[in-house]
Design a protein around this ligand. Structure first.
Ligand code: GRF
Length: 219
């Protein structure tokens, strides 16, 4: 925890970092329950690193190619997070599978955004998967991270229509707009302790989420 009682957060990225920017902007609002203490990338060329630096956030690169295996990389990651006094890990386009041991160590304290309405379309190329399946609704999901890929308990989802003539690019463009709305909102719920992982399910404080579930938008 920081001096102001805020959770100290690390955002993990691998690429352009547009979700990261939306999280940094949310956390900059006075009264936000968390402070972005570190942005960490496994890729030195990640565009998001410069954006984080421009926002005054400390950055660190741990190039996964410098480590002999996943366990060694995850040990370095764990050490870096410990050194920075991190309370909550937020994955934002972090394209690296984490070992079960690392994930268990952060159980209930690590969230991810995935560009589909889980449990549909796990893994990569989610927009192509959605088009191939012919679904009429697609979207994004924020979930707690568990060892099984893209299978963690769901915090929040946003839906978009799949329109005639869509290709993966146009669909991705519609989804990312919702990602940038959804992730800061879900991040605030988790950082503030209003959405918690208990016995493998997400439990919400009754005062923050309306009884119908909410955080579902259809644009
Ligand atoms: C997003 O679509 C996110 O859902 C997925 O990877 C993409 C990352 O984009 N996990 P960005 O780096 O946040 O711009």
């Amino acid at each position: 925890m920081s001096d102001a009682g805020q959770k100290r957060v690390a955002i993990l990225i691998s690429g352009r970092g547009s979700n990261m920017v939306s999280l940094i902007e949310a956390a900059a609002v006075p009264g936000f329950p968390a402070r972005i203490a570190l942005v960490l990338s496994n890729r030195p060329e990640a565009g998001g690193l410069a954006l984080a630096q421009a926002a005054g956030i400390p950055t660190l690169t741990l190039d996964h190619r410098a480590y002999p295996d996943r366990a060694a990389f995850d040990a370095a990651l764990q050490a870096a997070l410990g050194q920075a006094g991190i309370d909550l890990v937020v994955l934002a386009g972090f394209m690296r599978i984490l070992t079960p041991g690392f994930v268990e160590a952060w159980a209930g304290r690590m969230i991810n955004i995935h560009p589909s309405l889980l449990p549909l379309f796990r893994g990569t190329h989610t927009h192509e998967q959605a088009l191939a399946a012919g679904v009429r609704l697609h979207g994004c999901t924020v979930h707690f991270v568990v060892p099984e890929l893209d299978a963690g308990p769901i915090v929040a989802q946003a839906a978009v229509p799949v329109l005639p003539g869509d290709d993966a690019r146009t669909l991705a463009a519609r989804v990312i707009v919702q990602e940038h709305r959804l992730y800061p909102a879900a991040f605030a719920l988790v950082a503030g302790g209003h959405a918690r992982l208990e016995n493998g399910r997400v439990v919400f404080s009754s005062d923050v989420v309306p009884p119908d579930g909410a955080l579902l938008s259809l644009t």
